[in-house]
Design a protein around this ligand. Structure first.
Ligand code: NI
Length: 172
């Protein structure tokens, strides 16, 4: 994989809509991909980035909820359970520039995943961190925030979506 060539995909790129495949090869190639994903996430001032957003059809995401290097996290083959509570909050997405919508998510959940070496890891979190997990894992299933917004918001973002669709058509 030529990681230097990877870049951010925007809606309506169909690669954002695939159900990504499990990571099964934990070889050294992963280091380059993960490093590049953190780079792209930081370049775009994001707090999370899922592999499908850079055209890589694999179940992994990187995140950093604070901006401090010590808080870099990478999760492979992640799953969520033990969800509790509901909360709505505004979210944006690096693949949907110019769009911010209210999204209803579980307040608290447990993340079960593998680390970069395939070792099982788990964590429990609530609030902002748990929201990032849910947003990024949605990407691994081809789901985006525009699928989850209220109908009233659909009208407000329609124009931006049309313009992203036009940009995409122009690049084809
Ligand atoms: Ni996103």
């Amino acid at each position: 994989m030529d990681v230097a060539a990877l870049g951010m995909l925007h809606y309506p790129d169909p690669r954002l809509r695939r159900v990504a495949k499990p990571v099964e090869d934990f070889g050294p190639w992963l280091d380059a991909l993960i490093t590049r994903m953190f780079e792209i996430m930081r370049d775009h001032k994001g707090v999370g980035l899922a592999a499908p957003q850079v055209g890589v059809d694999l179940r992994l995401f990187v995140m950093n909820a604070t901006g401090e290097a010590v808080d870099d996290r990478v999760y492979l083959n992640p799953k969520l359970d033990q969800r509790s509570g509901w909360a709505e909050a505004e979210e944006g997405c690096l693949s949907l520039p110019g769009i911010n919508v209210q999204v209803r998510r579980s307040v608290k959940c447990r993340l079960v995943a593998q680390d970069r070496n395939g070792k099982p890891i788990e964590a429990i979190s609530s609030g902002f961190v748990s929201r990032i997990w849910q947003h990024e894992i949605d990407h691994l299933d081809g789901v985006m925030i525009i699928d989850k917004m209220a109908p009233s918001e659909a009208i407000a973002v329609r124009k931006v979506l049309r313009s992203l669709e036009a940009d995409f058509d122009d690049r084809k």
